[in-house]
Design a protein around this ligand. Structure first.
Ligand SMILES: NC(=O)c1ccc[n+]([C@@H]2O[C@H](COP(=O)([O-])OP(=O)(O)OC[C@H]3O[C@@H](n4cnc5c(N)ncnc54)[C@H](OP(=O)(O)O)[C@@H]3O)[C@@H](O)[C@H]2O)c1
Length: 323
């Protein structure tokens, strides 16, 4: 089969799609015929060896998978060949077939297509878990989403709107329309405008109740100047490459909470919350309250191109590889 293989740590532009042995589903595993594989910023970090987990080389890249069950390994009773499934498998998704733990998969609800399902296990789940589990976002609150046209950013805009929040999004100027389409009531060019001042103006000086930050660096630091009394600052990621430090007095003075969210380990640490999050997202998609959209589709052979653009700020929304 064809697969995107990491043979040595390096940049996304060095990735190659090549022949690779078909995986065999082991005990408790399912062989999935991959119909869609989702690209995430974390894939670029994993290819560089800079992600929290460093698989043994060589390995097939990619975590988010949607497709059909091709066969089941020993001990699997829950799935049958032909079942439509999706999930996050850690590695192995950027290939024509992936051997995935049966417990990591969920059925794609009948009315949803693969393109919607592939958005859920990482991108939308990160947004939902952060806003609901970690920040306790309430209807009527103001939510500020940074990088609001990016993968987890545009998901947070949509989830925030579905939860009844008033959403303000920041992004590069050429991506502001995407944040508006996702549902942001106000959008701000955070590279060209005094966005802190704009947020204060938009909130009558109070600041945002919840701030969702996948960027880090000076964006996170400046966010402390436009967060409301009792606000919650969600630390989602560091797309800027800069992990900032926060002076503790700034947390005290405005009575705020700085809250981290690391989604993938929920599956082992809090399996019920993990399943509950995906269940809630499926329901929101089925009712039409959420409408995840794919921004670009690439053949597997163009994985390097897709991930290079994603890591270099050249994309918006969700990118999908179609084997
Ligand atoms: N905590 C978790 O469990 C979790 C889960 C998923 C992802 N994440 C993290 O969330 C972040 C975003 O992931 P994603 O998949 O949504 O990526 P993405 O689609 O590429 O979005 C990242 C966005 O960040 C903005 N950005 C600002 N400075 C940047 C820089 N120097 N280089 C690249 N982008 C920059 C860009 O938007 P503008 O051009 O509009 O600024 C870009 O579109 C990553 O750090 C990722 O690791 C965390």
């Amino acid at each position: 089969m064809q697969a995107v293989v990491v043979e040595q740590w390096g940049e996304a532009r060095d990735l190659r799609t090549r022949d690779w042995p078909d995986p065999e589903p082991g005990p408790g595993q399912v062989l999935v015929e991959v119909r869609a594989a989702g690209c995430n910023f974390a894939d670029t970090l994993m290819a560089q060896g800079r992600y929290q987990e460093r698989p043994e080389l060589p390995f097939v890249l990619g975590t988010d998978v949607a497709g059909r069950v091709a066969s089941c390994g020993p001990g699997v009773t829950r799935w049958r060949p032909g079942d439509r499934v999706y999930g996050a498998c850690g590695t192995g998704a950027f290939a024509q077939h992936a051997a995935v733990d049966a417990a990591a998969l969920r059925a794609i609800p009948g009315t949803l297509d693969d393109d919607v399902a592939i958005c859920l296990p990482t991108t939308y789940a990160t947004a939902y878990a952060a806003l609901v589990y970690r920040a306790g976002l309430r209807a009527g609150e103001t939510l500020l989403v940074h990088a609001a046209a990016g993968g987890v950013g545009s998901a947070a805009v949509q989830v925030g709107c579905a939860l009844g929040a008033r959403v303000i999004g920041t992004a590069s100027a050429d991506k502001l329309a995407i944040a508006t389409q996702a549902g942001a009531a106000r959008v701000i060019d955070y590279r060209g405008e005094d966005w802190v001042q704009r947020v204060l103006e938009e909130t009558a000086g109070r600041g945002a109740d919840v701030i969702y930050d996948p960027v880090g660096g000076e964006i996170l630091d400046a966010s402390l100047r436009c967060i409301a009394w009792g606000g919650r600052l969600l630390v989602i990621g560091f797309a800027s490459g800069d992990i900032p430090e926060i002076r503790a007095n700034r947390i005290l003075l405005k009575n705020i909470s700085v809250v981290g969210l690391h989604w993938p380990p929920y599956r082992t640490h809090e399996p019920e919350s993990y399943a509950g999050c995906l269940q809630a997202l499926e329901e929101l998609c089925v009712t039409g309250a959420l409408e995840p959209r794919i921004s670009a589709r690439y053949p597997l052979a163009s994985a390097s191109e897709a991930l290079t653009a994603l890591g270099a700020r050249g994309t918006w929304g969700k990118l999908v590889l179609v084997p």
